[in-house]
Design a binder for this molecule. Structure first.
Ligand SMILES: Nc1ncnc2c1ncn2[C@@H]1O[C@H](COP(=O)(O)OP(=O)(O)OP(=O)(O)O)[C@@H](O)[C@H]1O
Ligand SMILES: [Mg+2]
Length: 373
């Protein structure tokens, strides 16, 4: 038995997804999911984390206090996972904890740049009594990499199939693709915005935190000139390795584009256009980098967005479009599972990054340890 907990809170800022996994079952599937728990952030913490994505007053103190609050929220998820699985703290080998990204600027400024995931790992170790591995992106950035995406390693371990080119599409705040080549190669990068903009626009115009099933987007018409203008953003044409976040794709970016290209657009049409932006940017990248792909499996919260899923199937008629659930991993558990897997990599001192994905100078053991004792 090798029990690990993975904790993820992504750029959608919807809350924390935690999974408890046994990586040690030698017979049976490669991993055994023991428990999953989702806990939304409370409204005040969510608002503060969102605010910390942009420059503001007294940031150091606010960031530290937010990091404490994230640790408390993560600890509650750990307790829920332990209750659900009857696993004691000492049975869990380690927690792989992502933290909340508030800035992601690898390679910029001084050539090294930085990526910031708010989480007080020491407090999480204190509250849970379990080894905590966090700060999982920094070493890759220090080695000249993007620090992202980090899930492709687990995607390759679970979903690659010799002789078949497959792609895994995580539809979180940002969409990221993992390309699993028929010959065993693994590529991966962030495509561009997904739920971060869809949620933001939906919240602003309907008051609802997300567009359930994509029904509001489905009621609108895609504004082709606006879509073309959005797709002209240079990020989409960059070759991998590349990663992005709310640093670039935020509502102010969209507002600037609307002011130039669609001043009187109906809100539902903008939502439809944002959904089309996600679909079109994914299709474009698949065409460019993995045209032989025959199977696309989606995961992340956006896989619940039927309008997005229908759009992908329509835009990619030669691919079979499905979700990771068909391959044994429910869509809301994949990213959490990746951080449990990264914790195991750390414990076993195995590299967690893939050089072809992040662009780092070499394979590195990722993470910093806060021991239980
Ligand atoms: N029923 C649904 N219909 C439409 N969208 C949904 C639905 N359920 C979840 N979502 C979307 O999924 C988002 C959460 O997805 P997820 O947790 O995968 O993203 P994330 O936290 O940004 O993660 P990551 O950065 O790890 O990819 C929500 O904010 C919402 O936009
Ligand atoms: Mg989430």
């Amino acid at each position: 038995m090798a029990l690990y907990i993975g904790l993820m809170s992504g750029t959608s800022l919807d809350g924390v997804d935690g999974v408890l996994i046994d990586f040690g079952s030698v017979q049976g599937p490669p991993i055994a999911l023991r428990a999953h728990h989702h806990q939304p952030f409370d409204a005040a913490l969510r608002a503060e984390l969102l605010a910390l994505n942009a420059p503001g007053d007294n940031e150091l103190q606010r960031a530290e206090l937010a990091a404490n609050a994230v640790a408390r929220s993560y600890a509650e998820v750990v307790q829920a996972l332990q209750r659900a699985s009857a696993a004691t703290g000492s049975a869990v080998r380690a927690i792989g904890a992502h933290g909340q990204t508030v800035r992601h600027r690898p390679g910029e400024f001084d050539g090294t740049g930085f990526t910031t995931q708010l989480l007080n790992g020491a407090l999480l170790a204190e509250l849970t009594g379990i080894d905590v591995v966090c700060d999982l992106r920094r070493r890759d950035v220090a080695a000249g990499g993007q620090g992202a995406p980090l899930a492709p390693g687990l995607h390759a371990a679970l979903f690659a199939s010799p002789g078949e080119s497959r792609a895994v599409l995580n539809l979180g705040g940002i969409a990221n693709l993992t390309l699993l080549g028929a010959s065993g190669s693994t590529l991966g990068f962030d495509c561009g915005p997904a739920n971060a903009l869809l949620d933001g626009w939906c919240q602003r115009h309907t008051g609802r935190p997300f567009d359930d099933g994509g029904r509001w987007a489905a009621s609108g018409l895609v504004l082709e000139p606006l879509l073309a203008a959005l797709l002209a953003e240079p990020y989409f044409a960059l070759p991998p390795p590349k990663s992005t976040g709310r640093d670039l794709f935020h509502l102010a970016w969209l507002d600037g584009q609307l002011a130039r290209h669609a001043t009187r657009a109906a809100p539902a049409d903008v939502q439809a256009t944002l959904a089309a932006l996600t679909v079109r940017s994914v299709a474009q990248e698949l065409q460019r980098h993995a045209s032989a792909t025959s199977l696309l499996m989606a995961c992340g919260g956006g896989a619940h967005n039927q309008h997005l899923m229908r759009g992908l199937a329509a835009q990619l008629p030669r691919l079979r479009v499905t979700t990771t659930a068909e391959f044994g991993l429910p869509v809301d558990q994949v990213e959490g599972a990746a951080f449990a897997w990264l914790a195991q990599c750390f414990v076993e001192r195995r590299p967690g990054n893939i050089v072809a994905v992040t662009g780092a100078r070499g394979a590195r053991v990722l993470g910093a340890l806060h021991p239980a004792q």
